[in-house]
Write a protein that binds this ligand. Sequence first.
Ligand code: MLT
Length: 247
Amino acid sequence: MKLFVYHTPEAAPADQQLPDCAVVIDVLRATTTIATALNAGAEAVQTFADVDQLFEASEAWPEAKRLRAGERGGKQVEGFELGNSPLNCTPDVVADKRLFLTTTNGTRALKRVEKAETVLTAAQINVQSVIDYLKAKQPETVWFVGSGWQGDYSLEDTVCAGAIAAALWVENSDPATLGNDEVLGAIALYQQWQDDLVGLLKLASHGQRLLGLNKEKDIIYCAESNTFDVLPIQRSPGVLVKYNGDA
Ligand code: MLT
């Protein structure tokens, strides 16, 4: 298995073949929300980079079975039932519904790799499920794609990539596993901060933005490791479902 870390969707090479497995990461907060919604019984999470496209697709879905969710600049989009807080994705709200989700960066990162053979999403709350999947399937090439913030690097996405890469790297420490230098950088970041992820997320620029929006509880929730065992996997372009072990 050869691992590559790309801090942002823009950094992921456009002129190369997509990897066997792409792992999209937006710890604050899109991929945390996706994992939470699927764990709470949402039928699927369908992601959109564009608000108008989301409206068009969701209109075609039965009203009782859909929820429109998302943010711009961290704030709920007008006319949507939900913002992008994972804390709102409780079973009584999302069970059996499809979440139509758009966010500033996370859904753009998903779009960037949607044609890869396998697309997973990772957040700190479900890192172990991603590690278990990669160990079991042994894809030849894996890209960890951070969502960043409008083209800039985000600490929280890279530390999550580092948590997964560290678990895979300790298995053999084979230099051939390191597809680019960013992998070791991500592992080092994780090793330094693994006991204070809340502290790191609060220092991160998007953490600061969310603190300014009184979202400290979201940060604390997003910083927890392995809250549950759920693996979001892409079933068709942009549509994520809970992995049930059959692929
Ligand atoms: C994003 O996609 O940029 C984030 O999920 C923003 C947020 O915290 O809601």
